[in-house]
Design a protein around this ligand. Structure first.
Ligand SMILES: NC(=O)c1ccc[n+]([C@@H]2O[C@H](COP(=O)([O-])OP(=O)(O)OC[C@H]3O[C@@H](n4cnc5c(N)ncnc54)[C@H](OP(=O)(O)O)[C@@H]3O)[C@@H](O)[C@H]2O)c1
Length: 319
């Protein structure tokens, strides 16, 4: 089978296709024939080994796991011992490792069965980005609230806007001009082109929740957008070359003022949450935005596109 791997950290050009034996599932695992894989900015961080701190956990000199790809949707083609919940032929979605491959071995517990009629490319947009959006919005009753999503045009942002709007929030979204119409169509009541309107021009003392996905706005400027009792959920941002967003997250602990505080978002992908997102997709409440579908034979081009940082919605690799 074909798998896309890299032997050293670097740009998308370091990720090339290899022919390897098709793996067999172990106990508790299944083998999935891949139909769709969405690319996440996390794939880019692992690919580049950036920020440098990433290398402490994922391999100092070269990536310990050489294949890229986290999300996947596909069909179960073999089942390991001890797996009762899945059978050969089931259509599934979930998160794994080295998913940019024709076949992937995944823990059965990491997968969710797809209802008939759900496009695997749509489903593959949900695990990592959707779980992140859910955690960013967690802990609040959003009905009648005002939510500002800073950096709403990408994979996490387009899902965050839809989930917040579906839960009854009035959503404001900052994004590139190209994404404004899309986000309005997804339920944003107000869209703001970040290149012409800085966050400091948005209303003060106005929002119950600010979801900061772009991670470039100074913390006090985000805090000033909140009403008393409001929270800034810190989701993204590249930060410095060595420690990435860590220094900003540390500063946020000391940046609370007058009942306005910050909450770092660290999302892990849970199949129960993915199942809820799939249900919303099936009911037409959630519509993933797919800017580009790229064949698996050209997976490095998909990584290169997301590496540029200007994706509207998602880039999905399809078999
Ligand atoms: N905390 C967690 O657990 C967690 C989990 C997943 C992701 N993340 C982080 O979340 C961030 C977003 O991830 P993603 O996969 O959604 O990225 P993405 O899809 O690559 O997002 C790209 C989008 O961001 C927009 N953008 C860039 N700078 C902006 C700014 N200053 N203001 C408004 N929009 C801006 C771009 O618009 P233009 O093209 O117009 O520039 C583009 O539409 C990343 O930093 C990622 O590391 C965190």
């Amino acid at each position: 089978m074909t798998v896309w791997r890299q032997d050293r950290y670097g740009t998308a050009a370091t990720v090339t296709s290899r022919a390897v034996p098709t793996p067999a599932p172990g106990p508790g695992e299944v083998l999935v024939r891949t139909e769709a894989v969405s690319i996440n900015s996390g794939d880019i961080h692992l690919m580049q080994g950036s920020p440098r701190m990433v290398r402490l956990f994922f391999g100092i000199r070269r990536p310990r796991v050489r294949g890229r790809g986290m999300d996947l949707a596909g069909v179960v083609v073999a089942v390991g011992t001890g797996v009762d919940a899945l059978a050969v032929g089931d259509r599934v979605v979930g998160a794994g490792t080295e998913t940019l491959a024709e076949h992937v071995v995944v823990a059965a517990s990491a997968l969710t069965v797809l209802p008939d009629g759900v496009d695997p490319a749509d489903a593959a947009c949900l695990p990592v980005a959707g779980n992140t959006a859910v955690v960013a919005l967690a802990g609040r009753d959003l009905a009648g609230s005002r939510v500002l999503v800073v950096g709403a045009g990408g994979g996490v942002g387009t899902l965050t806007v839809q989930l917040a709007a579906a839960r009854g929030a009035e959503v404001w979204a900052t994004c590139g001009a190209r994404a404004e119409a899309t986000l309005a169509g997804l339920g944003a009541a107000h869209t703001v082109d970040y290149r012409t309107v800085p966050v400091s021009d948005l209303p003060r003392d106005h929002f119950d929740l600010v979801v900061d996905i772009a991670g470039l706005t100074p913390l006090p400027m985000l805090r000033e957008r909140l009403r008393a009792g409001g929270v800034v959920a810190l989701v993204g941002g590249e930060g410095g070359a060595i420690l990435g967003p860590i220094p900003r997250l540390v500063r946020s602990v000391f940046a609370r003022r007058r009942g306005r505080r910050f909450r770092p978002v660290t999302a892990t992908t849970k199949s129960a949450v993915t199942a809820e997102l799939v249900d919303l997709l099936d009911r037409g409440i959630l519509t993933p935005v797919i800017q580009r579908r790229v064949p698996l034979t050209d997976a490095a081009a998909a990584l290169a596109h997301v590496e540029e940082g200007h994706t509207v919605g998602k880039v999905v690799v399809v078999a």
